[in-house]
Design a protein around this ligand. Structure first.
Ligand code: SF4
Length: 442
């Protein structure tokens, strides 16, 4: 990969906010068809709108040339805009990682309506990250490297006996109204990657309060809508000129927020990304801190729409986990495992346990032996992703020593647990796990 200096890319000046208008982005083809019928247009116009927003990735109704000009004008006059979230700032790392501030203009995410977003005054930004060549966390997830990027037909489910999030990407604070506009894809970097991973946020802030996570310090500000979650992905696909169906792109819902505490909007976003954008759910992984009712709902989702599941474990036992992740007092490890065992896994699919190594706290060989026992006892086809904790201001942990990380990894491997070390990506731009509080330093 071509090395280049760390830099902040300032994008064009922002368009005026679309306050008072209605965003179409976030509505699926069916909902768009209903909209069209309501204004006396044939239902297939809905499909055309979806095609233009999600496949062609157009952001301005004027460009929707499959619709007659008069209809485009009528939609505009009726208060409709595309309203896709915009990339406001880009931070580029020497390792090719890009961290984005993505601007969301919707203020009303509590309605439960996945896409019908009246745009209200005020702009908030969330962060998402593009990692060319991934971070190693995808390894061993049951997806073969040469598996085509297609809409997966449901694979035969494994019948399993009955049985939380590592979202340490940090969000930004709300940005001033005069935010710059997204950069056109042609200005983006050339395609120097063979595969990539996009890390996506599901909430502004987070209520779960994991002690090692900077996002926790924000508290929960609001849920993102389905359009705002899917919009992060589409904006990045656009910037990186990704060819859906050809390029190998994984999504990880491990950004800021707990997806299972915004379940309806999260799953509506997944449905949009699968059905309208054309991404495979088998290349998506959602990470949860262990929200048991959410896992149970997730277990009932159809295989053709269900991402893979990662549990943010981070501790070898309930005592340590309850200290690090207070949510564990409500849903302890065994309750989480019981819920996970309800998920019918696809052929070769594994549950991922994310495990943050905190120096001296969770990274010792005895912890590794305990984690191995815990994973084996679960009876789940599983792998462990290790993440060496990244330091953050105001968080009183220390990074693990490299020799302890290696000992931990080899102990698990010796115990027969498939174990992978996630590479820290974008440390210089504060894009690595747990570093995303510093929104504007380049
Ligand atoms: S669930 Fe925990 S790790 Fe994930 S964003 Fe919330 S506080 Fe951070």
């Amino acid at each position: 990969m071509r090395e280049k200096p760390t830099q902040l890319v300032q994008l064009d000046a922002a368009e005026p906010a679309d306050v008072g208008r209605t965003a179409l982005f976030g509505l699926d083809a069916e909902a768009l068809a209903a909209r069209m019928k309501a204004v006396g247009e044939p239902a297939f116009r809905g499909k055309q709108l979806a095609e233009a927003m999600y496949r062609q990735r157009l952001t301005d109704l004027d460009g929707f040339t499959t619709l007659a000009k008069a209809l485009r004008r009528r939609l505009g006059a009726g208060g409709c805009v595309v309203g896709r979230p915009r990339i406001a700032q880009v931070f580029q790392s020497v390792d090719g990682t890009e961290r984005y501030l993505i601007e969301c203009q919707s203020g009303d995410s509590q309605t439960g309506d996945p896409g019908d977003r009246p745009i209200v005054a005020g702009v908030e930004t969330v962060e998402a990250v593009w990692m060319p060549e991934g971070d190693g966390g995808e390894t061993g997830d049951g997806t073969e490297p040469d598996e085509p990027e297609t809409l997966g037909a449901p694979e035969p489910a494994l019948s399993l006996p009955k049985g939380p999030d590592f979202g340490t990407w940090e969000s930004s604070r709300p940005q001033p109204a005069s935010v710059p506009q997204a950069k056109p894809p042609s200005d983006g970097p050339g395609k120097t990657w063979s595969r990539a991973t996009i890390c996506v946020s599901s909430q502004v802030g987070c209520a779960v309060n994991c002690q090692f996570c900077l996002t926790a310090k924000l508290g929960l500000q609001r849920n993102l809508t389905a359009g705002e979650i899917a919009g992060q992905v589409v904006a990045i696909l656009d910037r990186q000129a990704v060819e859906v169906g050809r390029d190998r792109v994984n999504l990880v819902f491990m950004g800021m927020g707990e997806p299972f505490l915004n379940y309806d909007n999260f799953m509506a976003a997944v449905r949009l990304l699968v059905k309208e954008v054309g991404l495979s759910p088998q290349r998506m992984t959602v990470s949860t801190s262990g929200i048991v009712p959410g896992i149970e709902r997730f277990a009932a989702e159809p295989a053709e729409l269900r991402p893979k599941l990662a549990i943010s474990l981070n501790a070898p036992n309930d005592q340590v986990r309850s200290e690090l992740m207070p949510i564990n007092r409500k849903w302890p490890i065994e309750a989480v495992m019981d819920a996970v065992r309800q998920v019918h896994l696809r052929s070769r699919e594994r549950i991922t346990f994310e495990y943050v190594l905190l120096g001296g706290v969770t990274d010792q060989p005895r912890h590794a032996a305990e984690v191995a026992r815990l994973v084996r006892r679960s009876g789940l086809p599983a792998k462990v992703n290790l993440i060496a904790w990244n330091p953050g201001p105001g968080i009183a942990y220390v990074m693990p020593r490299p020799e302890d990380v290696e000992k931990f990894r080899s102990t698990l491997a010796r115990e027969g647990i498939p174990t992978y070390l996630r590479k820290p990506r974008g440390r210089d731009i504060f894009a690595a796990c747990g570093q995303l509080k510093r929104t504007v330093e380049g």
